[in-house]
Design a protein around this ligand. Structure first.
Ligand SMILES: Nc1ncnc2c1ncn2[C@@H]1O[C@H](COP(=O)(O)OP(=O)(O)OP(=O)(O)O)[C@@H](O)[C@H]1O
Ligand SMILES: [Mg+2]
Length: 250
């Protein structure tokens, strides 16, 4: 579904991506692992065209994001939902308006239909619609904001979803609910997902494939079993904890 070929990105003097090559297979959940600041968010921002690559190719369903026209980019954004690491809600809109936004902008659904979809998605992420619909982002806790962002990402039922750390900052029970939701979306709607996570256990639970980003490249890729048994020292450090000190970036 998504093919990334030899992706390079530099910010000023800092080379962040140094030839990332990765295939995101249709209908599967692929997790990208790597140290903080290693470029994980940078990779997925390229997929939806929020950043412009220095070099390389990204194909989403055959369309090259790097050379795509505005119209093709619209098609890609419709197919690919993106959950920002920060949640990124509109401060001036309440929860109902935030979650409804993609449907109001891009569909001709009736108000009633939009309302019922918003309610269903809020329930799916573990929020009580009656209690939160009228609240504004500043009235929500960090975890609630994250879940409202997630509800907005899934409300338009995209074919593919990029989740940037969907459970960071959430308690274990809510994290588990979100993991279950990711699994359910895959099983029931055949959603293709890219997950960025720091939590190995969570990733093993909900991913089919795992890719390890290190020094700007994907250094290991495989099923959860293959990753668990990998002898690659970078992978071992992630699984066993960094007892030998932090991984050097460069
Ligand atoms: N728009 C930008 N302008 C300048 N530097 C940037 C920009 N976006 C990211 N960077 C830099 O690129 C590097 C990678 O950032 P990125 O957010 O992709 O890391 P990450 O792997 O997602 O980290 P984390 O796990 O902490 O979220 C960092 O050093 C960051 O400072
Ligand atoms: Mg990030």
């Amino acid at each position: 579904m998504i093919k990334i070929r030899d992706l390079h990105k530099q910010f000023g003097e800092k080379k962040v991506l140094n030839g990332v090559t990765l295939d995101i297979e249709r209908g599967l959940t692929t997790t990208i692992f790597g140290v903080s600041g290693g470029g994980k968010s940078t990779i997925i921002k390229h997929i939806v065209g929020l950043l412009k690559a220095d070099k390389g190719e990204i194909l989403v369903d055959g369309i090259n994001v790097i050379t795509a026209s505005e119209k093709e980019m619209m098609q890609i954004r419709h197919k690919v939902g993106f959950l920002f690491q920060s949640g990124a809600l509109f401060d001036s809109m309440n929860v109902l308006e935030n979650v409804a936004f993609p449907l109001v902008e891009h569909t001709k659904l009736s108000k009633k239909e939009i309302f019922s979809r918003v309610e269903a998605k809020l329930e799916l992420v573990g929020l009580k619609p009656k209690e939160v619909l009228h609240l504004f982002p500043h009235e929500l806790s960090g975890g609630m904001r994250k879940r409202v962002g997630l509800a907005r990402t899934i409300v338009s039922e995209p074919e593919s979803i990029l989740y940037d750390e969907p459970t960071s900052g959430l308690d274990p029970i809510t994290s588990d609910l979100i993991s279950q939701m990711i699994i359910k979306l895959k099983n029931e709607l055949k959603v293709t997902s890219v997950l960025i996570s720091h939590d190995m256990n969570e990733s093993f639970k909900c991913s089919d494939k795992i890719a390890m980003l290190h020094n700007g490249k994907i250094v290991e890729y495989g099923t959860c079993e293959e990753i668990k048994n990998s002898k690659n020292p970078v992978v071992r450090q992630f699984i066993e904890g960094s007892s030998e000190g932090p991984i050097q970036l460069n």
